[in-house]
Structures are given as structure tokens and as C-alpha cells.
Design a protein around this ligand. Structure first.
Ligand code: GUN
Length: 280
């Protein structure tokens, strides 16, 4: 079998074209504020891309660059100003933040209705309760790609590898709410290959290059690769050994060009949703 490629670039372009049209018809431009502390090269690339895409969709966009030695109190002051600013609809603080700043303190400072990352306690809690407000962008985008595969998660076995608050946990909740039977596997799961082999839907979010092998995959399964890892040779690879897994899977997301562009598209969608729900 050769898997269907779930082309996140193409799907995100369609979504963004529809979003651009929607934004053009809005009386007030939704505005996204992105805060970057320090100069981590990967974060700089992500933040720049978010700004570029926001501009393409027609959103208002502000980027706030803070020095690497910014204190937690100073960052919280910036977040509080954005929270109080009626012209700002979405606030995103790029992670990781430097060690002197607690990620939890940053998340607790972002009001749920402006949390376009969907990562605050309130938004994750609402998702747990089955009444989501703003949903984390990567799992939300991954669900759209699963929809694109034509496979309905209802009644299927899904295995999510990874239990982070940014991806694994919300992903498992979304799949469960789509009526899949979900297993969350992680670094302490024994016989991981056997667990993954039971899955009709596999989501890999472990941050280990080409970790998931073809022998782990049930023939025909849908494989969603959330990983972005750089090899010592400088090549970008996911958490899935794509070439060999493509011979077994029914559908697979490429890296790059799979979940990544969908994450950014969902950030834009969340910003529009935040603007609409704040001022219907
Ligand atoms: N760093 C890596 N992924 C993310 C994300 O989804 N949101 C934020 N804010 N930072 C990140």
C-alpha cells in the first residue's frame, strides 16, 4: 500500500482563502499580538511566519520583542496591557520562554477569550468539559487533516503518542469527543509498538526523529505526524519514519507540509473566532 498524502499546505491555503474573504467582510480587523522573549532562532522563524500569514489573511498584527533577560513581572505587565487593550483580539506568547519566567504564570495572565493558542487552564478545562471556547491550534489542525483523510474517528481506535498540554492531551480529548476510543501512550508505555499496532488513527507527538516505524502500523491506518525535528545533517523530519510508514499506512501527513501549516491556519481562525465572540 502507498499512503495518501494529507497535504497540509494545500488544505491550509483553502482555509486561509476562505478566512481572507471573511475578514475582508468584517467591519473591524481582528488583531493578533505575538510576544517573543529572547532570540531563539526557531522561535524567531515561527513568530515571523505567524506575522506574515496574519498579514496575508488581512488581520491586524503586532509583534512585541522583549530582551532575553526580561523578568516575569515585566512580561506579565506587557500581557496585562494587551489583555486590557480593546483593539487586541488574540494574545500569543511564543514558548519556550527563558528560565526566569514560568510558563504557567504567562498562561494564567492571558484571558481565556484572547487565548488564541487555546493553552490556558480555562481553555484546556473547557475542552475537558466538552464545551470548548478556543482550542489549541496544533490538535485542532490535526483534526482537520483527519477529516480530510475521509476517515471518521467515530468507533475507531486512536493512539496518541505524547501527553503534552500543547498537543497530546488536547488531541486525545478532541478524538474522544469525535467518538474514537483513545489511548494516550508516552515514554513510560511498555510495548509501545504493540499498542500503536491496534490503532486505526495514530498521532505522533513525541519530539523524537523518525521514532514511529512501519512495523508498528496497522495496514491502512491514518498517521498524523506532529513532530518537527532537525537531524544532525540539518534535514527536517517528523516523529514518523515517513518513507517506510507510507508503505503500510492508508494516509499520512508529510513533514514539512503537514500539520505545521495547519497550526498556523488554526491560529488565524482562532483570532477571527476570538474577535467575533468578543464583539458579535
Ligand atoms: N512553541 C511551540 N509550539 C507553540 C505553540 O503552539 N504556542 C506557543 N505559544 N508557543 C509554541
Amino acid at each position: 500500500m502507498t499512503a495518501t498524502i494529507l497535504d497540509g499546505t494545500a488544505v491550509s491555503k483553502r482555509l486561509m482563502a476562505a478566512l481572507t474573504e471573511r475578514v475582508a467582510g468584517m467591519a473591524r480587523k481582528p488583531t493578533l499580538a505575538v510576544v517573543l522573549v529572547g532570540q531563539d532562532p526557531a522561535s524567531q522563524v515561527y513568530v515571523k511566519r505567524k506575522g506574515k500569514v496574519a498579514h496575508e489573511v488581512g488581520l491586524g498584527h503586532r509583534q512585541i520583542d522583549l530582551p532575553i533577560d526580561t523578568s516575569e513581572a515585566d512580561l506579565l505587565k506587557v500581557v496585562a496591557e494587551l489583555a486590557a487593550d480593546d483593539d487586541v483580539d488574540g494574545i500569543l506568547v511564543q514558548f519556550p520562554v527563558p528560565a526566569q519566567i514560568r510558563q504557567s504564570a504567562v498562561l494564567d495572565a492571558i484571558p481565556a477569550e484572547k487565548d488564541v493558542d487555546g493553552l490556558t487552564t480555562a481553555n484546556l478545562g473547557r475542552l475537558v468539559q466538552g464545551r470548548p471556547l478556543l482550542v489549541a491550534c496544533t490538535p485542532k489542525g490535526a483534526m482537520r487533516l483527519i477529516a480530510e483523510s475521509g476517515v471518521d474517528p467515530a468507533g475507531k481506535r486512536a493512539v496518541v503518542i505524547g501527553r503534552s498540554n500543547i498537543v497530546g492531551r488536547p488531541m486525545a480529548l478532541l478524538l474522544e469527543q469525535a467518538n474514537a476510543t483513545v489511548t494516550v501512550a508516552h515514554s513510560r508505555t511498555p510495548n509501545l509498538a504493540d499498542v500503536v499496532r491496534e490503532a486505526d488513527l495514530v498521532v505522533a507527538a513525541v519530539g523524537r526523529p523518525e521514532f514511529v516505524k512501519a512495523s508498528w502500523i496497522k495496514p491502512g491506518a491514518v498517521v498524523i505526524d506532529v513532530g518537527i525535528n532537525r537531524t544532525p545533517e540539518g534535514k527536517l523530519v517528523g516523529d514518523v519514519a515517513t518513507a517506510e510508514v507510507s508503505e503500510v499506512a492508508g494516509a499520512i501527513t508529510p513533514v514539512p507540509g503537514g500539520v505545521g501549516p495547519m497550526t498556523i491556519a488554526m491560529l488565524m481562525e482562532n483570532t477571527v473566532e476570538a474577535a467575533v465572540s468578543r464583539r458579535p
